[in-house]
Design a protein around this ligand. Sequence first.
Ligand code: ZN
Length: 286
Amino acid sequence: MRNFSNEYSSLALNTATLGHNIDGFGAGWSPEKIIDACSEKGFGAITFWRREIGNKAFDIGNRVRDAGLEVCGLCRTPFLIGPMAPKPHSVMMDDLYSSIDMAAELGASCLTSVVGGVIENSHSIKESLMRVAEITAEIAPYANKAGVKFALEPLNPVFGGNRSCLVTVRDAIDICEMVGDPNVAVAIDVYHVWWDLTLPEQLIRLGGERIAGFHLCDWLADTNDFLLDRGMMGEGVADIKSIRQAVEDSGYNGFCEVEIFSKNNWWNHDPDKLLDTIVERFRSVC
Ligand code: ZN
């Protein structure tokens, strides 16, 4: 397993950690300011959210690379199905294609997809996952041509109803195999997989080539908001080192991206000090 105590250029920042992806939160740092701060503090890459990019994808991507960093991802596709997906379907598809275009323009290595909850009135995770597989198969060639990995992110089962009927790494691999395009991959997030004792064997089945991202945070024992009360690495109950071990045993040696949604705590910290805390925790507890 890699040792990050001194050499930590595999550390990446997901900008959601600074709170910018939700109205009324975050310190209002521009992408340019985030890039400069990450470069100064020794991060190796940044994942942005679409709302921060606007029509500046090309310029922001170049600015990241000029600063010696990479764009390791873009968040995210629209919800593909379920109660929170854009309606009608054609509107969702247009937005899906736009998200791929933006990731390509930005030079992001992957586009994360949170697939959406169980299809309304279907009462069927199975049917919903089949529909996700169909939509993924439909757009996979377009993403492939654009040079953007399509990263299915299974979410914690607490989000199964509304945000993601895809709740296990097992089901994400099944969809990859149904689609059969090597460009369709899986993002592994500590918040979503920390409880799953089958993770090591599933990750071996997946293989490092099909891991399109590894996301860090922690699960708080007494979380008060499943969506917006994530913990900093080391303050919760997840066995982060063992999870990273399993991810790396599968062959993954890419970026480790810190993604902390924390409305009442970390988003209220000074971003500069927050980034220092992230570096310290990454080197010591991850
Ligand atoms: Zn994530």
